[in-house]
Design a protein around this ligand. Structure first.
Ligand code: DC
Length: 224
């Protein structure tokens, strides 16, 4: 194929989407947008304001009113991008356990999705972008030039998350992480609006037995 200008990367939690998307964007000189950070930012905003995550109307309104910005890293501390919520750098706060545990709930609301999807499309329309998420190939950029759907067993994904967290000094047990991964899979795949699912024209890659380098090499082979 000729060089794809828009690349959609979808898949479940901890399937390696961010690692692949980031490396791919680096290689191609494209913008990397991890759309999960936007759902996380809305969730963080709700938790901080004491809004019950089960209150759909309040969450829909919140997603419309907060200003979320995702830009290239502003600090060299291992981050993939810098995330601003109403002007405040919340890059690390959106990775906290409370956000992890709650984020699938606001992500299931039509109003929240609509507000964030519009912002994502505006960025996608400019091209030269690698966008990662759950519904990029199916809903956000249905005309993306290349669509990849990454998968891996829940056990392998939990193992990767566990290693990542241990490296970051957090002590969540493997069993807790596996339970969290399974719970999020269930909510993300079972929701009525934009469920997690490969687009009909996506290339599905099972990465259970592949490391990050092998995945990148495989996808670069599809791009060149
Ligand atoms: O990729 P992540 O784990 O940071 O995503 C966090 C949550 O956001 C995930 O559980 C579901 C939601 N999400 C979504 O519904 N649609 C997207 N395009 C990206 C993320």
């Amino acid at each position: 194929m000729s060089k794809p200008l828009t690349i959609a990367i979808d898949g479940p939690a901890a399937s390696g989407k961010s690692t692949l998307a980031h490396a791919l964007a680096d290689r191609l000189g494209y913008l990397y947008l991890d759309t999960g950070v936007m759902y996380r930012a809305v969730t963080l905003a709700a938790l901080r304001r004491g809004i019950d995550l089960a209150d759909e109307a309040a969450l829909d309104e919140l997603a419309e009113s907060v200003v979320i910005d995702v830009v290239a890293p502003t600090v060299e501390d291992g981050r993939d991008c810098t995330v601003y919520l109403d002007g405040e750098d919340v890059t690390w706060q959106i990775r906290e356990a409370e956000v992890d545990a709650g984020v699938s709930i606001p992500s299931s609301y039509a109003g929240v999705r609509q507000a964030l999807t519009e912002q994502q499309r505006r960025i996608g329309e400019r091209g030269n972008v690698v966008m990662a998420g759950r519904d990029i190939g199916t809903v956000v950029l249905p005309d993306a030039d290349l669509k990849i759907y990454l998968d891996a067993s829940a056990e392998e994904r939990a193992r990767r998350r566990w290693l990542e967290r241990r490296g970051g000094g957090r002590s969540d047990s493997y069993d807790e992480i596996l339970a969290g991964v399974r719970r999020r899979d269930e909510i993300d795949s079972g929701r009525a609006v934009a469920p997690l699912l490969p687009a009909a024209d996506a290339i599905v890659l099972d990465t259970t037995e592949m490391d990050a380098q092998a995945v990148l090499a495989h996808v670069m082979g599809l791009v060149d």
